[in-house]
Design a protein around this ligand. Structure first.
Ligand code: NAD
Ligand code: MG
Length: 361
C-alpha cells in the first residue's frame, strides 16, 4: 500500500500524519525522534501486541528506550496514571531532549500527550494511534489531558505531536465495536462537510467493516484532512471547530444516562447524529429521505440507530449539563443539508422536544 502523507498546517507546530499499512519505522518514525531517550507509553492491552517492534527498532537505532505500561480503560485516564508516566520519566533520568511515544488509543494518546506537554515544561511527542477513533480524531488537533472525578477531559493542554503514524495494520486486532465507534466519527466528517465522502462511504462501507486496509487508509486520510482543515482554521476552538460536535450534545446525554462505559462514545454519537438529522428535518432543512440516508449509513457501520428510552424532559436536562451550553442557551450542531453542518441556537424548543420523544428516528 502506498503511504499517504497529510500535513497538518499549524505554522511552526505543523506536522505530518503518515497513513498506510505496515509503515516502515526507519522511514517514518526514526526521523521524528529527537534526542536519545524515548519513553514508550502504552497500556496492558496494546503493549503485548505491538510494543516490541517499536522498542527493537528504536534500540537498533541506538536510542535509550524505557516503557510505561498503564492500566487499560477510560477509568484510568486520571492524574494518578499521569503520575506513573512522570515516575517513569524521572526514575529513568529522562531529560528535556527526550521523546514521548504514545502507542495506543485515545486514552493513551491523551495522557502521553499531556505528559509531553508538561514534563519539564514540554518535551517531544510522537503519536502512534492504534484505534480507528484515535487515528481519525484524537491524533489531529493537539488536545491532550486527563479526566477529573467531576468532569471528563477537564485537565489538559494543547500539544501538537512531531508526527503521527496511522498504521492500518494495527487495526486488525481492534474489537468490532471499537471499529464501528471509530466509523461514527468518520461518518461525522462526511455529514458536516463532504457529501462526496458520504457517497464514497455508502459505496465502501462493507469493505470498511471488513477492514480492507486500503479502504480504511482512504477513510482515515479523508477524515484527518477534514479535521486538519477545521483545526488549522480554529486551533483553540473559538468557532468552526464546534462543528466537530455534531451528534455530541445528544450523545453526551445518552452516555451519561446510560452510565459511562455502557455505550461507547462513538455509539452514542451515532444516535446523536441521527437525532440531529431528525431535528434538522423537522426544521425543514433536510428531507425525510436524508434522515433515512443517515440511519442507513450508521446501520451499515454496525452502529446503533435507536434512541434509548429516556423521557424528553430528562433528556433535555442531561443535554443542559453539557459544556457546549453557552450563555445559558443551548447551541446545537445541525444539518443545513447532507454535507453541511451549522452551529445554531435557532431552533424551536417544541421541535427539539419532538425529536427527544422520537425513539426511532
Ligand atoms: P481507548 O484508548 O480506550 O481504546 C479502546 C479500547 O481498545 C481499549 O480497551 C484499548 O486498550 C483497546 N485497543 C486500542 N488499540 C487496540 C488494538 N490495536 N487492538 C486491540 N485493542 C486495542 O479508546 P479510543 O476510542 O481510542 O479513545 C477514546 C479516548 O480518546 C477518550 O478518552 C476521549 O476523550 C479521547 N479523545 C480525544 C480526542 C482529542 O482530540 N484529544 C478526540 C477524541 C477522543
Ligand atoms: Mg467524539
Amino acid at each position: 500500500m502506498t503511504v499517504q502523507t497529510l500535513h497538518v498546517a499549524l505554522n511552526e507546530r505543523s506536522y505530518p500524519i503518515y497513513i498506510g499499512g505496515d509503515l516502515s519505522l526507519a522511514e517514518y518514525l526514526l526521523p521524528h525522534i529527537a534526542g536519545h531517550q524515548v519513553m514508550i507509553v502504552s497500556n496492558t492491552v496494546v503493549a503485548p501486541l505491538y510494543l516490541a517492534r517499536y522498542r527493537d527498532v528504536l534500540n537498533e537505532a541506538g536510542k535509550t528506550v524505557a516503557e510505561c505500561i498503564l492500566p487499560d480503560g477510560e477509568s484510568y485516564k486520571t492524574l494518578e496514571s499521569l503520575n506513573l508516566i512522570f515516575d517513569a520519566l524521572m526514575s529513568n533520568r529522562f531529560n528535556r531532549d527526550c521523546t514521548i511515544l504514545a502507542l495506543g488509543g485515545g486514552v493513551v494518546g491523551d495522557m502521553a500527550g499531556f505528559a509531553a506537554a508538561s514534563f519539564q515544561r514540554g518535551v517531544h511527542f510522537v503519536q502512534v494511534p492504534t484505534t480507528l477513533l484515535s487515528q481519525v480524531d484524537s491524533s489531529v488537533g493537539g488536545k491532550t489531558g486527563v479526566n477529573h472525578p467531576l468532569g471528563k477531559n477537564m485537565i489538559g493542554a494543547f500539544k501538537q505531536p512531531k508526527a503521527v503514524l496511522a498504521d492500518m495494520m494495527l487495526l486488525g486486532s481492534l474489537p468490532d465495536r471499537e471499529l464501528s465507534a471509530g466509523l461514527a466519527e468518520v461518518i461525522k466528517y462526511a455529514l458536516i462537510g463532504d457529501e462526496d465522502f458520504l457517497v464514497w462511504l455508502e459505496t465502501h462501507m462493507t469493505e470498511l467493516v471488513a477492514r480492507n486496509p486500503a479502504k480504511l487508509a482512504e477513510a482515515v486520510y479523508r477524515s484527518c484532512a477534514h479535521k486538519a482543515r477545521i483545526v488549522a482554521a480554529d486551533e483553540h476552538e473559538m468557532g468552526e471547530r464546534a462543528l466537530l460536535n455534531l451528534g455530541h450534545t445528544f450523545g453526551h446525554a445518552i452516555e451519561s444516562y446510560m452510565g459511562y462505559g455502557q455505550w461507547l462514545h462513538g455509539e452514542a454519537v451515532a444516535v446523536g447524529m441521527l437525532m440531529a438529522a431528525d431535528l434538522s428535518a423537522r426544521l425543514g432543512w433536510i428531507k425525510a429521505h436524508d434522515v433515512v440516508r443517515v440511519r442507513n449509513i450508521l446501520r451499515d457501520a454496525n452502529l446503533p440507530v435507536n434512541v434509548p428510552d429516556i423521557a424528553p424532559d430528562d433528556f433535555l436536562t442531561l443535554m443542559g449539563q453539557d459544556k457546549k451550553v453557552l450563555e445559558g442557551r443551548l447551541r446545537l450542531v445541525l444539518l443545513k443539508r447532507i454535507g453541511e453542518g451549522v452551529i445554531t441556537r435557532e431552533f424551536d424548543l417544541q421541535l427539539l422536544m419532538q425529536t427527544l420523544g422520537n425513539k426511532t428516528p
